[in-house]
Design a protein around this ligand. Sequence first.
Ligand SMILES: Nc1ncnc2c1ncn2[C@@H]1O[C@H](COP(=O)(O)OP(=O)(O)OP(=O)(O)O)[C@@H](O)[C@H]1O
Length: 951
Amino acid sequence: MKILTYRGLNTSAIPGYDKLSAHLSADDFRSADVKKIGDNLYRARLDRSNRLLFALYRHEGERCALLLEYIPQHAYEKSRFLARGVQIDEERIPAVTAEAADEAPELPYLNPSLPRFHLLDKVLSFDDDQEQVYQQSPPLVIIGSAGSGKTALTLEKMKDASGDILYVTRSAFLVQNARELYYANGWSNDDQQVDFLSFREYLESIQVPEGKEITPRIFAGWAGRQRLPKDLKDSHQLFEEFQGAITGTDPESAYLSREDYLGLGVKQSIYPPETRAGVYDLFEKYLRFLDEEGWFDTNLISHAWLQRVQPRYDFVVVDEVQDLTNVQLLLILRSLRDSSGFLLCGDSNQIVHPNFFSWSKVKTLFWREQADASKTATGTELIRILNANFRNSPQVTEIANRLLHIKHARFGSVDKESNYLVRSCGPARGRVGLLQDSEQIKRDLDRRTAASARFAILVLHPEQKAEVRKHFRTPLVFSIHEAKGLEYENVLLYGFLSSEEKRFRDIAGQLSEADLQGELRYARSRDKSDKSLEIYKFYINALYVAVTRAVKNLYLIEPRPKQHLLALLGLTEVHEGVDDVEEQTSSLEEWRKEAHRLELQGKDEQAADIREQILKQREVPWTVLRGDALTELEQKALDQGEKKAGIALMEYALVYRDQRLMNRLIQQGLKAAKQPDKAHSMLEKKYFFNYGLKHATGVLREVDQYGVDFRNVFGQTPLMIASRMGNAELIAALLDRDADTSLVDGNGLNAFQIALDRACADERFARTKLPAVFERLAPPSIDIQVDGRLIKLDQRLMEYLMLSIAMVLFYQGLGERWAYRRHLLSAPDFVAVLEHFPESIVPERRKKRPYISSILSKNELNRDAPYNRKLFQRWKQGHYLFNPQLSLRIEDQWQPIFELLQPQRLAAQLQDVYHWGGRVWDPNERSEQAVEKLRTMLQKLNEGVDLKSLF
Ligand SMILES: Nc1ncnc2c1ncn2[C@@H]1O[C@H](COP(=O)(O)OP(=O)(O)OP(=O)(O)O)[C@@H](O)[C@H]1O
């Protein structure tokens, strides 16, 4: 058996390692005393009390043991790879033999000369090129084609860095994905503080821009309202020109002057000189549009923020750098404490519209930013190329390579760096086929693919999608702009070439098979003055991106399949039937996942189609109590005294701890409201009973009908209720269906905070239910805005928990505390709550009063302290409430804290009226006056009034 060790596992420090490894190598599991303790997790015995954890794999017929972790003193509960807190009874776990490895998963690639492996979401063995990059220190630029492992390698390199680290890329989806990969399998490193930010979040972390970011969709809407001449009709192209040619290129100015723009060279603009004056007119209109309608353009903001950015990172990783402009990249590099501490990666072949990205520009930028050029790497050391492909099948890579050849032969090299072909290390064999477009074939294809979430259809132009929909039922239809970043096992290109037959004919030109042989050699385009060549690049790049979306099988369907370009790609055999297209049916579960994945990537149209056509989800048939519906209910209950409405309103008040409403209902004479405990248990039975069941099939049935994040009458999602009930099984089932953990209820609390609300009021819940909920539901960070800057408050910080607890305590007795003692939130309030929280959530030292006090005062609005997140405002000695200028991001909108929370719910519980002699004293009048004053003050603070002036 081959032995491989996990990165960083220091085998020389493990007692008895040599002996044990010899046993394993010899497949002698008996002497190694191997037992199975988890899903592909085995333990072997080093000596009486120490163990070694490993996994089994196969590679090309060979058995492999992948050593993961040293477990000293039976301390399984501390293992990174086992579920946290797990108890293992060694006597009761089954022993296994080495034959278990024959059933183990296959490793797609294994470098025979490297005994070390890495782990993200899966096991990786680096090839020699990757290994070389892995060993090299920054600064570093990694260039590699789609699927060459840039992201994987970069993340593994990041794990070795220490200090303040930034991972940034344009797409929010990629950021989330990268973060998940990074922390997969329990990775953590106390020497680093990592920010995973999308480029927009990065901008916001310097200063939150006013307005909303302009999107291609909004831009297309605006462009559609302009009277555009025919050659400027393509709004994508126009947008790219604004974002890649007129803005974003020159760090010295926000955008080019008209004169400079008209004077750009042929290769610097998508448009020929004669149309540029018209383009610039439109650009000026665009600037006015942004200003008037409250949109912002990230290039213009990036330029303005160059004045504000401060060095704050020790190491920066920029992924998909080709999607960023010069100014954006410069703004990122300026955040470095040492200007050479960066790693950039990207691929210029994946640019659909030419946005004038080039590696030489990146290099120039780098050299200009270097304070001390003598210290830094030379150009050749700086750039590393990865040309293997681990994602696509060899058949797909072959077509992609031919396209690179054609592009190179016709247009010369993109730049010196992107001048390579791709070596396939693809995991599986695939198929590439050319189909004759006919009614029969389309019908057949549709039948085989309509139910498959692993089959997508791509077109060149958005208008073609309507045509595709006439013949195909799959919701997975994308234009090429939408397809970037996606990948599917099977891809069909629909009339891709025929829709622009002349363009593709011109691209193929007179090329012959002989022009497409050998390696690519660096050469500039032969005809420098031919402007049309730039336009053609869009078509060939688009085809390249489309082809590389196919992981395994690629099909092209064309009405006229006899085209020179197709012949150059080796596609000469035209199929009249589709027998070799596999018929696939995906489960509803797979479709649900696909819809969610698409939503995360902003492909709302296709996701909505899946939900409607396949999942057949509907709107909920009941009225959700919020906005007008809630006001109406209040009127019926309180003004008109309708009893049924009164009960409904009381239930609402109980769910949201709305003491003020409860008081009013009691004063109204609603009997049930006078016995809140009884009312509570009826409420639980009526609405939440199903959510407490171990097998909550009723809830899951509703989820199937209305989607996983549907709202009940109170505006709560199933996840929120499961969390309120502390039902870990149901939570897991809902998360499995991609329930959204960031949504908030009518109190502004998310599902995790709702469990916290229970835990703060119920010691038993805190001890027994909270740990599982915390692990699953606490969002990785909370986005807050302070002093106009975005801060991602990481889950690992005490401030994260303190802010959440403060939000919860706002609704728990704050009215009372204020009414009778003028108290707000103080350290003992937090201590009282945290006392009951288990160690896995808060370690003992963080529960102590001095520590809590220090966090409160360190994060106080007016204090000048490092890492002050300004969460709180001090009202008087030891008494705090939220910084009124604090905002939280909820569903992509910033919400000031006193608008997110609901101060109108604050009130003290009603007390009995005193009678003595003939006199009556009602204490409730005074307490209501006091709380009313507090509510008014909170409103004033929210409006920006200074606290001091309120006393
Ligand atoms: N050495 C390796 N062995 C096996 N699989 C690998 C290896 N390197 C990368 N992979 C896998 O190949 C796939 C592509 O890797 P990755 O996403 O990092 O590529 P990329 O270059 O960033 O691609 P893109 O530019 O399309 O984002 C991933 O599933 C990754 O886990």
